[in-house]
Design a protein around this ligand. Structure first.
Ligand SMILES: [Zn+2]
Length: 260
């Protein structure tokens, strides 16, 4: 493993992480759907992992990477701030643009509204899987195994409840089991694409590293605030969702310090 190129490591790491989306969705194949409360707890866990990963695996490494490049003390922080905002803005823009064209000719009425909400959620998960893959790929770039491994494990773990959430919401809209599982699995396959791109860009250009890391963090932060946390708070399970978030946050922090 040690003598694989960073690009190959980035691809394999993000592929493994992305595949856990499909694993998470497996219960729907057998018609065994965990309760809403359990799903809100586990999706809260995903939010916690993503939150910690944004800071400990992306934003802090971005600052560390930017510091040797500049004399001026404020520059590294300024670059990272701008890149975070760009990452958040990019996902906001995609959220705004993508679904609209998709649903203009869709069905009408309340049924269409619920189906539309489900698909907005799926699109959000798919969109944010791209920066997650990007993050894993970028992580393997400079640090090799050490830099990428905690990210790949953390991102992989939080993909499990995300895959389940996607499959369950499709099932709820009357999709057959296999289709629901297949679509959930596909949302995870965006990650190796992001991973390949992330590892490639970083290998080609070192100065892009802080930008790439902080951009990926911003994209994740947007989805946590805009999709994941609201989704876990819609059914009165705020306490469980927050417990899940706390566990995910400390687990990712621990993984990053221990393996990183
Ligand atoms: Zn995620």
């Amino acid at each position: 493993m040690e003598n694989l190129s960073p690009i190959m490591l980035g691809f394999l790491g993000s592929l493994a992480a992305g595949s856990l989306t499909a694993v998470g969705a497996v219960p729907v194949l057998f018609g065994r759907i965990p309760s809403r409360a359990t799903r809100d707890l586990s999706l809260g866990f995903a939010a916690g992992v993503m939150l910690a990963a944004s800071f400990f695996s992306l934003i802090i490494p971005a600052l560390d990477a930017a510091e040797p490049m500049f004399e001026n003390g404020a520059m590294p922080a300024a670059i990272v701030c701008v890149a975070i905002l760009l990452g958040m803005g990019a996902v906001a823009l995609m959220n705004e643009k993508l679904p609209h064209e998709h649903f203009k000719t869709g069905r009408e009425g309340p049924e269409a509204a619920s189906l539309r909400r489900v698909w907005l959620f799926i699109i959000a998960i798919t969109i944010h899987n791209f920066p997650e893959g990007l993050a894993v790929g970028v992580g393997f770039g400079p640090g090799g195994m050490q830099g990428g491994l905690p990210l790949a494990i953390g991102i992989g773990l939080q993909n499990v409840p995300e895959g389940l959430a996607v499959a369950v919401s499709l099932l709820g809209e009357g999709y057959p089991k296999l289709r629901a599982w297949g679509i959930a699995a596909l949302t995870g396959m965006v990650e190796p694409i992001g991973g390949l791109l992330g590892a490639g860009i970083i290998t080609l250009s070192e100065p892009l590293l802080p930008w790439g890391l902080a951009f990926a963090a911003g994209a994740m932060l947007y989805v946590i605030s805009h999709e994941i946390i609201p989704e876990t708070h819609r059914n009165g399970n705020q306490n469980r969702a927050t417990l899940g978030l706390a566990v995910g946050l400390v687990l990712m922090l621990f993984l990053d310090v221990w393996l990183g």
